[in-house]
Design a protein around this ligand. Structure first.
Ligand code: SF4
Length: 265
């Protein structure tokens, strides 16, 4: 306990947590889902810059479902991995037509982590929701890699007495702000007592590491991105575009052919 009687993690989170992230101000299920889908593969700063306008444009699943897929893909802008925008639009259509399913993993593009993150943040459930930052924290505390079940138990242990939303966000913030991949700030960390790594001068960078994404520069992903950027500006003659990249976009439902023109769906 701190001198004021607050558990160290709770006291640290209250003072230093990233409370200004725009999606932290809402408990709306749709808004949190959109933030989680964006955060799956995009850095938090870039998501924070886009999310408010995106939510103003598509405030509900019904609003997004009523828009065309192309409008959602265009609004996705440069967040990357635009298949997420297409799946989000499909998810919106599914919710608008039939309501929220009991199991959120029934929705396109919603995996176990995202479902648990929504359950914890919106419904206050005590779901573990182990994302990259939390995995790094609990694995460094343990000093070894952990199975999913071990990581869930370790996050409950590290977060005690916090549960649900507060534990998820507090541990996430410790991972992002203090337990950083390269230079953890152990002296400031509320989880230092009992941490196997804090006493060691060498941090094993492999623990909790997110699989490295392949280089973007010169990649096929970059070629697809260039074609998509052109189509965001309006229909283009398909013969003037990178044919292989355009074919891949069409196959993924991110572009469509309309006679000699290619355009967003
Ligand atoms: S004490 Fe250091 S290594 Fe351990 S959880 Fe905190 S920041 Fe990470």
């Amino acid at each position: 306990m701190t001198r004021g009687g607050r558990p160290p993690l709770a006291a640290w989170y209250e003072r230093h947590g990233r409370h200004d992230l725009p999606w932290r101000a809402t408990r709306d299920r749709w808004a949190v889902l959109v933030s989680e889908v964006m955060l799956q593969q995009t850095q938090v700063g870039r998501v924070a810059a886009v999310w408010p306008d995106f939510m103003a444009r598509f405030p509900t699943p019904e609003a997004m479902a009523a828009a065309g897929a192309g409008e959602v893909i265009a609004a996705w802008g440069r967040l990357g991995y635009p298949r997420r925008a297409r799946r989000l639009w499909e998810t919106a259509g599914q919710i608008a037509a039939g309501g929220w399913p009991d199991d959120l993993t029934d929705l396109p593009g919603v995996g176990r982590y995202t479902a648990e993150a929504i359950a914890a943040q919106v419904d206050g459930q005590d779901a573990p929701a182990i994302e990259t930052n939390i995995r790094r924290v609990v694995e460094r505390r343990a000093g070894r890699t952990l199975t999913p079940a071990e990581a869930a138990a370790a996050s409950r242990d590290a977060g005690r007495p916090l549960t649900g939303r507060d534990r998820l966000l507090a541990l996430m913030d410790v991972g992002a702000v203090l337990c950083r991949p390269r230079d953890p700030r152990c002296p400031e960390c509320p989880l230092k007592p009992g941490c196997a790594t804090a006493a060691s001068p060498i941090v094993d960078p492999a623990l909790g590491r997110r699989p490295r994404q392949p280089a973007y520069e010169g990649s096929f992903r970059q070629r697809r991105g260039r074609v998509l950027a052109e189509l965001r500006a309006g229909p283009r003659p398909s013969h003037a575009l990178d044919a292989a990249a355009l074919a891949a976009l069409v196959e993924d439902g991110l572009a469509t052919l309309d006679g000699p023109l290619a355009r967003l769906p």
